[in-house]
Design a protein around this ligand. Structure first.
Ligand SMILES: [Zn+2]
Length: 182
């Protein structure tokens, strides 16, 4: 088990569009560590760039809600359709202490690869659809703060500044993740 450092708002890697995963060998170790990291932080979703890796993959575990039983692993995922609209209060492990009401499609048609490289296509709704869209945003360099009105952003400006300053400090000491050899 290895808990990784979570990268916070202000770090350049969280503004990058992540690269597709091409090499699936040895990916389990990274996924295991990402799950450890997400559970340790009490999160329900975690994208690879949130632990400093430029890779198009993320994990979700909403099994506590009884909507689904198993945690999800989504690699090279793409939203290929969406329907409806709803509001929901979202938090983010990279923006600790900030919760924002975000409007998104209610259900999505999503295609993705498993850790074995197999493609699937499924429709997700409810919290699963919400979490997938949040993580896909991360892999495109987008935050929940980009999805709210400018006027609402004013209310969290000082929190964001603090997180950004802390994030700059963290990036100075962050070690390169060399243990994942793919
Ligand atoms: Zn997030």
């Amino acid at each position: 088990m290895a808990v990784m450092d979570i990268v916070h708002y202000g770090d350049a890697i969280l503004r990058k569009k992540c690269k597709p995963v091409k090499q699936f060998n040895g990916i389990e170790r990274l996924l295991d560590d990402m799950f450890d990291t997400m559970y340790e932080a009490d999160g329900i979703g975690l994208a690879a760039n949130q632990v400093g890796l430029n890779l198009h993959l993320f994990i979700i575990d909403i099994s506590h809600t009884e909507e689904v039983e198993e945690p999800f692993i989504f690699i090279n995922g793409e939203i290929v359709g969406s329907e409806g609209e709803c509001d929901y209060d979202e938090g983010c492990l990279s923006i600790p202490g900030v919760t924002l009401n975000v409007t998104r499609p209610e259900s999505i048609d999503f295609k993705y690869q498993s850790q074995n490289g197999e493609w699937s296509r499924k429709t997700f709704s409810g919290l699963a659809a919400r979490a997938i869209q949040h993580e896909i945003d991360h892999l495109n360099g987008v935050f929940i703060v980009d999805r709210i009105q400018e006027i609402d952003k004013m209310f969290i400006q000082s929190e964001l500044k603090d997180i950004e300053a802390q994030s700059k400090e963290e990036s100075k000491t962050r070690q390169t993740l060399t243990r994942y050899n793919f």
